[in-house]
Design a protein around this ligand. Structure first.
Ligand code: MRU
Length: 363
């Protein structure tokens, strides 16, 4: 999507040098800084410390990381080392394990001398697929927005609410939850987006930046504002992303998503989740019981990162020594989810809904 009017992706291979480039998302929205990832450690740090983040982008980054590792040493032992290192970076988004497993299945049967080239092709394939999946999610979600717009006066915007950043920065391009928004805006449907701040890391600021760059009207609100906005009829539709969705449609996403779903349910506001199929964990049913929830450092709670007079830096918000608890994700049970917007269409958040769209996965 656009930065300063120019098209960008969140990860790419530089055509001249062959190097893998990313945007350091810790610096956004204040500074647009492109970084090169070369060693396995670079990739490990980029995912763990959230230079790149968002479930689909984490998966794509892992695929590029494997390609770089195979270039250096295509042995079985090095692949396993690389897989173990990357797999340990973040536990919740299933796209990471999905991408690494896909690499293993494609590369391990090959003779070592063919692995580097195949791994490069695979990283490109994973990226291109992600872009196409998200484009289709956008087309399918657009129809939901179009239906709501049809029931409103022509000049009244469809009011959406989203949590965290499930935008193009969290994927390779388009985003998942934001893709229907971009499609609606480009189709001339007036929309306005309530953007949750999403403490502690304020991914809402990334979403605001993205939407602003694309000219989409939006308002940044604190996480606890959503219930109030819904009670007062100011939200027509909630769309969030997901880091892992179980085979029965329980949705794990950024901490605070569950509370938005409860508020939406209580106020009859449709709550949809934009779900690319690599984010479905077909091995799990009960998301609350079975999905591992990442606990992140307390410092993310006790300090806030932002633009200070001296540049980008931390500001302490709690008394010194206050213990901080930082569960990074929560699970919304399927009964609170109106529907799942996938690349193959929209379905109920249920085992039969997902099986209907992806019969080959269930077989
Ligand atoms: O901790 P993050 O920033 O990686 O969490 C991201 C989210 O929770 C997104 O909503 C999710 O990955 C979907 S991204 C298309």
């Amino acid at each position: 999507m656009k930065v300063g009017g120019m098209h960008h992706r969140s990860i790419w291979r530089d055509e001249d040098s062959g190097e893998v480039r990313i945007i350091d998302q810790r610096r956004l929205p204040h500074e647009f800084k492109v970084m090169t990832l070369s060693s396995l450690e670079d990739f490990e740090v980029a995912i763990r410390d959230m230079l790149v983040r968002g479930a689909p982008l984490i998966g794509a980054t892992a695929a590029f990381g494997v390609a770089e590792a195979m270039e250096r040493d295509p042995s079985d032992a090095n692949f396993e080392h690389c897989r173990a290192v990357l797999n340990a970076t973040r536990p919740t988004a299933v796209n990471l394990a999905w991408a690494l497993e896909r690499c293993r299945t494609a590369l391990m049967p090959l003779p070592p001398e063919e692995r580097a080239g195949a791994a490069r092709d695979l990283a490109r394939e994973v990226s291109e697929e992600d872009v196409e999946i998200n484009r289709r999610i956008g087309e399918n979600g657009l129809e939901l927005i179009r239906e709501i717009a049809a029931g409103k006066p022509a000049d009244e915007p469809v009011r959406l609410l989203t949590h965290c950043n499930a935008g193009w920065l969290a994927t390779v391009d388009w985003g998942t939850a934001t893709s229907p928004m971009y499609h609606a805006h480009d189709a001339g449907i007036p929309i306005h987006v309530w953007v949750d701040e999403t403490r502690p890391r304020n991914q809402g600021a990334l979403t605001s930046w993205e939407l602003g760059e694309h000219g989409i009207p939006h308002t940044y609100v604190v996480d606890s504002a959503g219930g109030h906005l819904m009670q007062h009829g100011l939200v027509d539709l909630v769309i969030t992303g997901t880091d892992r969705t179980t085979a029965r449609g329980d949705v794990c996403n950024k901490i605070g998503t569950y509370l938005k779903a409860l508020a939406a349910h209580d106020n009859d506001v449709p709550f949809y989740v934009a779900l690319p199929s690599p984010t479905i964990d077909w091995t799990l049913g009960d998301g609350v019981a079975e999905i591992p929830i990442e606990n992140r450092p307390a410092r993310e709670i006790t300090h806030v990162l932002g633009l200070t007079e001296d540049g980008i830096g931390d500001v302490q918000v709690t008394p010194g020594g206050t213990p901080g608890g930082n569960p990074a994700f929560d699970v919304t049970p399927n009964r609170l989810v109106t529907g799942l917007i996938t690349e193959r269409g929209v379905c109920d958040a249920s085992a039969s809904g997902l099986a209907g769209l992806f019969p080959e996965k269930v077989a």
